[in-house]
Unconditional design. Sequence first.
Length: 335
Amino acid sequence: MGAGIAKRSLIFRIGVVAIKGALALVLFVLVLLVILRLMAAVRENGAEAPPETVRFRTPTGAVAARLSGPADGRPIMLIHGTAAWSGFWRQVADHLAGRGWRVIAIDLPPFGWSGRDPEGRYDRATQAERLAAVLRTQSKKAFVVGHSFGAGAATELALRHPDELQGLVLVDAALGQLDAEGQGTTAKALGLRPLAEAVTSAAVTNPAALEPLLRSMIARKEQASAWVPVLREPMKREGTTTAYAAWLPNLFSKDDASLSRRSENLRKIAVPVSLIWGEADTVTPLAQGRRIAELTRARSLKLLPGVGHIPHIEDPDAFLAALDGALADVEKGGR
């Protein structure tokens, strides 16, 4: 009898300790979330868009862009990757403009200086419609270059609006796991806004995290420090962490009903495609590039040795030469 009472008493005490521990953990997490949010608010104290920024109206908000090159040149749209903006294309845009292209370097919402969608519609299909609205302002079919996460929107655009495109160049394309089912555990978890804001504030919009983040994506690590201020520039806008957090689940989504997530649709793509890939890419390894090239019947797959996931900042000269060749390849394919 006494042993039974002692055992129940021990279980009760353990239960009390466990509950206290759980409450302490919850309190710690809540305090951490508040601290991270306050830090984000301090960092995002306002910033103005560069004077050359223009904005296109679309049904789901304004899309900011930097235009360069002759107004009557062949249009080419540049679409950046995760957390970047049109500033990452400056050297590329200058090169193309000098060769007579009409360059439209996009800030893919919610990044850069584009409008933030209050409904958080950042799936590929919606992004493709935004991009199509921009292309409809041009008098000629456009060539489209999509990098990393932005290649998903670019590919979706090519599938949904092939008549707007002359050709498509994918650079280290992050199309995700093809033919996956379901949203994915990480995407579901990040659908909880407080968690998404905490992750965003700690790992994306945190100035101290930017250089490690950038270095993790590239093979030529020495290039990271020069690009951190460029990456940081539009993150000073008020509300950046909240906007990026609304977008974040899309980075991990496995199936958002977009056409570009199905291999059978990639096989049907009608627009001429060429690929450029860093051979040392560990974010989207070369095997993914070869698979996409096969599915899209790519005109070429240009490999850049010793280069990682962001070739246009790692080895600009090699990238520009590859881009000129890729554009020539898709242009021939479109004739």
